[in-house]
Design a protein around this ligand. Sequence first.
Ligand SMILES: [Zn+2]
Length: 64
Amino acid sequence: MSDHHCAVCDIYFTEAHSLKSHNKTKTHLKRLAAVEEEDEWEDEEDDDDMGTEGEDGEDDEEDE
Ligand SMILES: [Zn+2]
């Protein structure tokens, strides 16, 4: 764990400031936004799993 890793882009940096400046690049911010969107989707899936009481889940599938 001595390297500085950007988990979003899966890139390793040897210097902390390299990672810091990388965090401000458009490439990183774009990926970060995409990952955050994916996270929201995962959350929705989790909710769907837990809400098996209601069977309105079919509507969600049509939405895709
Ligand atoms: Zn990054």
